[in-house]
Write a protein that binds this ligand. Structure first.
Ligand code: GLN
Length: 553
């Protein structure tokens, strides 16, 4: 049987949510008992997003095999069970890198190497490789917007795939915008018409249109779009903005999207079962209370930099019927002007929990240390992720163990007390780029620790990494003597993976990024427990505030 593909392209403008749309299609097809795989092509020339600034690109999502990928792969993992690896996200840079390597090796036997057929063949081979692992349907998202010069080879490749595999094995889904024009008090279909025409110009007739709009598309609009864009009326799917992204698959199902894709792919599948998603969305929209978390980081003005983090917190909150209220605090703004300056405290008051996420570089570190000190001393639940664990160790070494110049060699290479360092620095190995500890590593948990309890008594877990620096075990005795517990290490005990403070309501730092493995239907245990502790803190705080106001009255 031939492999089947859904190709997802985008038109009119970027940021319409193509990744979410592709992930939602995957979710719906899985709900029909199908095995899906998902992949994304990014038309830029960087070999991967690993070296790109979070401000440019948003979060770098990491897969188990240590690939640094586009954040849309995070949506794929949260919405589906597709097995993702470095094969599932390719950039133009990666494709060209492979081709140039072959050319230098002489693999092309003296032929002229060209975009067609060599680049397009490389793209098609990448799709075949992903679909060959037993998926019933492979969903391929083409990054960028139709009309961009950069995406042309990818569009040509999917055009050829349709030629080779036939209509019954390929569906073209195109995401477009139907804007509301206030002056005319009307939704406008012209941008969609142009975008579909642009695609047609390169030989692709869209089969299904997902029309993004801020209000429902009336029937006559759908008829008009169907007529002008040459698709069936029921293939004009409304993609109206909804408050929670987890509602998107449900709305697509209401519009009959999964049934239509299966019809076009000549695929028979069981009835859909979306009950768990319906329950999830119900919980999103009907919280019993709220929980407020402060995230103290350095890329806070651009939320996409911490995409998976925000989702993982949401999963933890929604699983407990709570509404998540996140406040992003720029770490630099919490720095003290003088040693005794505690004015930052007023910015941290009233939150139920404090979190310091991952990050690179020196900027804002002193502000993070202040936030951590506040959480530790005032018994506010604290969750430190990667950089947030490293800074928690530095704060503890400085303020509890008395090592005033404790630091990470990332921020102060000359520090006398490098609590956080690069293991290889000691071995005298010079390194540049490509030296991060990436992807899945096994971690052994200390019995009865906060971590072990969160993971349901497990003694061995696997989590994903993306960092260069590590806890320096030469300082272990000092820090544990001061009351810190090392509750997780790699099996060979080389690397410290989790630290906690017994006696604090919830103070945990982990060297890995648990947010990459949280799913809405399977919230990550560390996020669930952090939210739970934060909520307890909220209830205790509100109770004591109400007692205080009664006394005053
Ligand atoms: N900058 C730190 C390191 O490289 C932390 C990285 C991170 O938080 N992802 O080790």
């Amino acid at each position: 049987m031939s492999a089947k593909y859904v190709f997802v392209t985008g038109g009119v403008v970027s940021s319409l949510g193509k990744g979410l749309a592709a992930a939602s299609i995957g979710c719906l097809l899985e709900s029909r008992g199908l095995r899906v795989n998902m992949m994304k092509f990014d038309p830029y020339l960087n070999v991967d997003p690993g070296t790109m600034s979070p401000f440019q690109h948003g979060e770098v999502f990491v897969t188990d095999d240590g690939a640094e990928t586009d954040l849309d792969l995070g949506h794929y993992e949260r919405f589906t069970h597709a097995p993702l690896s470095r094969d599932n996200n390719l950039t133009t840079g990666r494709i060209y890198e492979q081709i140039i390597l072959k050319e230098r090796r002489g693999d092309y036997l003296g032929k002229t190497v060209q975009v067609i057929p060599h680049v397009t063949n490389e793209i098609k081979n990448a799709m075949r490789k992903v679909s060959s692992n037993g998926a019933d349907v492979t969903i391929v998202e083409i990054g960028g917007t139709v009309g961009d010069i950069e995406s042309l080879p990818f569009l040509e490749a999917i055009r050829q795939m349709r030629q080779e595999l036939g209509r019954e094995n390929t569906v073209f889904v195109h995401l477009t915008l139907v804007p509301w024009i206030a002056a005319a008090q009307e939704l406008k279909t012209k941008p969609t018409q142009h975008s579909v025409k642009e695609l047609l110009g390169i030989g692709i007739q869209a089969d299904i249109l997902l029309c993004r709009s801020d209000r429902p598309l009336p029937r006559d609009m759908k008829q008009k779009i169907a007529l002008f864009c040459n698709v069936e009326e029921k293939a004009v799917i409304g993609a109206t903005t909804v408050p929670s992204i987890y509602e998107v698959p449900l709305r697509f199902a209401d519009e009959g999207l999964d049934a239509l894709i299966l019809k076009y792919l000549h695929k028979v599948a069981p009835e859909s079962d979306m009950n768990r998603w319906k329950d999830l969305v119900h919980r999103c929209y009907n919280p019993r209370d709220e929980v407020s978390i402060a995230i103290v980081g350095k890329y806070v003005e651009y939320e996409d930099s911490y995409k998976s983090l925000k989702e993982a917190l949401t999963h933890g909150a929604v699983s407990q019927h709570l509404k998540l209220k996140v406040t992003w605090i720029e770490a630099e703004g919490l720095e003290s002007k003088t040693p005794d300056d505690k004015s930052y405290e007023s910015q941290l008051e009233g939150f139920d929990g404090i979190l310091v996420p991952g990050g690179f570089g020196k900027r804002g570190i002193e502000g993070m240390l202040n936030a951590i000190r506040y959480a530790r001393e005032k018994q506010v639940p604290y969750f430190g992720i990667c950089l947030g664990m490293q800074t928690a160790c530095i704060e503890f070494a400085r303020n509890v163990c008395g090592l005033k110049d404790a630091n990470s060699s990332e921020f102060d290479p000359a520090s006398q007390h490098r609590i956080i360092y690069k293991l290889r620095e000691l071995l005298g190995v010079e390194e540049m780029g490509g030296t991060m500890r990436l992807g899945a590593w096994t971690c052994i948990l200390q019995e009865d620790s906060l971590a072990a309890k969160a993971y349901g008594g497990a003694t061995e877990i696997s989590e994903r990494h993306r960092h260069r620096y590590e806890f320096n075990r030469e300082y272990e005795a000092l820090l544990t003597g001061g009351g810190m517990l090392i509750s997780g290490t790699t099996p060979d005990a080389t690397y410290v993976e989790i630290i906690e403070l017994p006696g604090h309501p919830y103070f945990l730092g982990c060297q890995f990024h648990p947010e990459f493995k949280s799913k809405p239907l399977e919230p990550h245990p560390l996020f669930r427990e952090f939210i739970s502790a934060s909520y307890k803190n909220r209830q205790a705080r509100l109770a004591s505030e109400s007692v205080a106001s009664e006394v005053e009255a």
